[in-house]
Design a protein around this ligand. Sequence first.
Ligand code: FE
Ligand code: FE
Ligand code: ZN
Length: 277
Amino acid sequence: MLKIGCHLSVSKGFYEMGKEAVKIDANTIQFFTRNPRGGAAKPIDEEDVKKFLELAKEHKIESLLAHAPYTLNAAALDESIREFAKNTMEDDLKRMEYFPNSYYNFHPGSHVKQGVEVGTNYIVDMLNSILKENQSTLVLLETMAGKGSEIGRTFEEIKTIIDRVKLNNHLGVCLDTCHIFDGGYDIVNNLDGVLDEFDKVIGLDRLKAIHLNDSLNTLGSHKDRHAKIGEGNIGIEALARVINHPKLRDLPFFLETPNDLEGYGKEIKLLRSLYKE
Ligand code: FE
Ligand code: FE
Ligand code: ZN
């Protein structure tokens, strides 16, 4: 069965979020750990989490993916900004243990004119200081479009980070279809070639989740603007090949398309109809 969900808001609590997932036939969920622009996280309501986990079990909702606030920049020039990213992620990872064996996704960071090497060093240092031997959460590096000075726009940049982190058994990759398309990987005409490249550079065993988005921009545009499924330059045929690809079809897929709940429900229904059981 296709494992598909979308980005949902946790502002009304985890249990309410779970009920929304059930309503739209999602069997996985992505959520922000806190306000996407950063800021303090709400304290965990244990009763709410317990009710959510029961609901998730009942409806076979699996592979939860928490997304770090997208404003975090572990590669920033300003030390206080790097410190903030570290403290936030460290706190998020502690909270994630309420949801055992889940995923935590983050954007590697932007080097802001310091160069990829300096930025990469900061990201590696941060991961080396916050990953814990006994954590159950797998931390995912997201592939980026290469907008501005984003690190992670090539598979090589992701691989360099993974290689230099000591506890990299706790690291994986989340592949965003809009980002890699905007980054110049032609998943429309050469999905097999792109996956071979991923396997050669990083290793497909590191690939744990897919952000399934269409793109408003063209191949190699380095822009990062998501479109609804079938309404962008990737298109429905190419996205159907992504969910059905033998090397991808068992992974969890997360929609981050510009939609309300009803729109997400329609996309999930459409993609389920295109999935070959
Ligand atoms: Fe993201
Ligand atoms: Fe994404
Ligand atoms: Zn994006």
